[in-house]
Design a protein around this ligand. Structure first.
Ligand code: JB2
Length: 211
């Protein structure tokens, strides 16, 4: 876990999520060498004055000592971009200084834990997952590869979230529930039943949507 050591990172993406990742990394004491994005006027340059090193995939522009962090929020774009990222160059988890992470929790590479998030005892968060602002991941949860627990979402104890899934803003997932891979839980949902792979659920109690 990176939580204070001086280390150099390059962000992949320069949009809204990158703003959050950048300030999370800076709060953790990291130095940002720049970012990769196709948009020369991306918010990271425009709002935070961070240097754009080149377009997405311009790996030769990344300083050799820098580690990479995927900083795009949209899950389908993340999956596409991740396919081209050298796993050896990915940074350890970046944890905001205001987050609370149990010493028994295990965080994979490329994970970003935002301000005021809580990751409880014995939870596991796999590579590239996002535990966003104020999210709560309770005891013994498992959040899969490249999944996103959005701001204010709460996973009850022993919840499992498959790979590449989104648990939406402010949603609640009851303890022991399993959410499949590539699933979407809509904002504000209350999930009381297991969610299948690829399903989208919404509402209180959450029900599958036909999309
Ligand atoms: O095919 C593409 C694409 N490929 C790369 N379509 C779009 N729309 N964007 C693409 N990108 C890059 O993803 C853009 O160049 C830009 O760097 C980024 C999209 O930035 P945006 O600010 O639109 O979204 P985001 O992914 O950074 O943040 C989303 O997810 C976060 C978790 C937003 O919904 C945020 O509000 C949210 N907090």
């Amino acid at each position: 876990m990176i939580d204070g050591a001086e280390e150099l990172v390059v962000l992949i993406g320069g949009g809204g999520h990158a703003l959050v990742v950048a300030e999370t990394a800076q709060a953790a004491g990291l130095r940002i060498a720049g970012f990769l994005d196709d948009d020369p006027n991306a918010p990271l340059a425009r709002r935070l004055g961070i240097e754009r090193l080149g377009p997405l995939g311009a790996w030769a522009s990344v300083p050799s000592e820098a580690r990479l962090v995927l900083a795009i929020g949209n899950l389908s774009i993340r999956s596409r971009v991740l396919a081209g990222v050298d796993a050896e160059r990915v940074a350890p988890a970046i944890v905001h200084t205001s987050a609370v992470v149990s010493p028994s929790a295990v965080l994979g590479k490329g994970v970003c834990v935002g301000p005021a998030a809580v990751i409880q005892t014995c939870a596991r968060v796999d590579d590239h997952a996002i535990i966003n602002t104020g999210a709560i991941v309770e005891h013994e949860c498992h959040v899969g590869f490249n999944s996103h627990v959005a701001p204010g979402a709460v996973l009850g104890g022993r919840t499992r979230v498959g790979n590449c899934s989104l648990v939406g803003l402010g949603s609640r997932v009851l303890p022991e529930i399993a959410i499949g891979a590539r699933a979407i839980v809509g904002a504000g949902a209350v999930v009381i039943h297991h969610v299948s792979d690829g399903a989208t659920v919404a509402g209180c109690p959450a029900r599958p949507l036909r999309v």
